[in-house]
Structure formats: structure tokens, C-alpha cells
Design a protein around this ligand. Sequence first.
Ligand SMILES: [Zn+2]
Ligand SMILES: [Zn+2]
Length: 150
Amino acid sequence: MPQNKKQSDDKIARFESALKAAGLKLTYQRLEIFRELANAADHPTVEILHQRLKNRIPTLSLDTIYRTLATLEQHGLITRVQTAESQAHFELTIPHHHHLICEKCGRITDFDWPAFDNAPLPEKVSSWGKVFHRKAILHGRCLVCQSVLT
Ligand SMILES: [Zn+2]
Ligand SMILES: [Zn+2]
């Protein structure tokens, strides 16, 4: 079995048990929307997901995708990535990673940052409360956009 097929199957298995734990039904549409996100490397928007899914599921409406994503987000299975654009982007919550966002082309790039994940928190944070997640978003201009004359 090719490695990425296996990884995708692992994600689906995790998804199924997470839905069960959350008391949600595993519907065909939920599974297909999740599978599409699991295979996407580009943090798609709702409209892009709809474009990609509508060949396979012609009856799937934009509204259903919105509602499904909201449910999955509520249960922590997927994460919304907000950029300067008005449309939100979506991805799976796991594996944990951080984001680089190019302010010119809008591309979102994943990166790992264990030093950030493990850094001691400033005192203000511990006197404020308890932190559950750390997620960094770094804004800048990617190399491709730097090389294009503006
Ligand atoms: Zn760029
Ligand atoms: Zn990401």
C-alpha cells in the first residue's frame, strides 16, 4: 500500500472514532467532506471544496458543506484558518502545525516549530489561566512573490 494511501486511511479511521466519541453519525457526506480535506494539501475554502466534491456528489449543496464544516469544527476535528481574504480556509486539526501566510499571493504554508510548542510561557499567561493549544501564524512575503517585480 502506498504511504499516502495508508496515512489517509489512518485519518479516516481516526475520524470515524472521533465522530463516534462526539455522538455524531458517520454520514456519507460528512465522510466525503472529511476525506476531501484529508487529501487536500492547500487549505481549501468552502467554495473550492464544493467544486472538488460536486462531480462525485452532485446533490451536495454549498450550504451542507458550510453546516458540516461548522459541526466538524465544533468538535475539534477540523480547523479554520483565517487569512486577510474574506473566505475562511479549512484543514484537519491533526497533525499539529503552524502557518506561514504570504500577504501577496495568499498561499498558506505549513511548518513545524517544536521550539515554539515547548517554550516556557510568559508569566502573564500563567497568571491568566491555562493554555490548551498554541498555534502560530507568521505573515510575510514568500520567495516566489519576492522574486516577482511589483
Ligand atoms: Zn507569495
Ligand atoms: Zn495547515
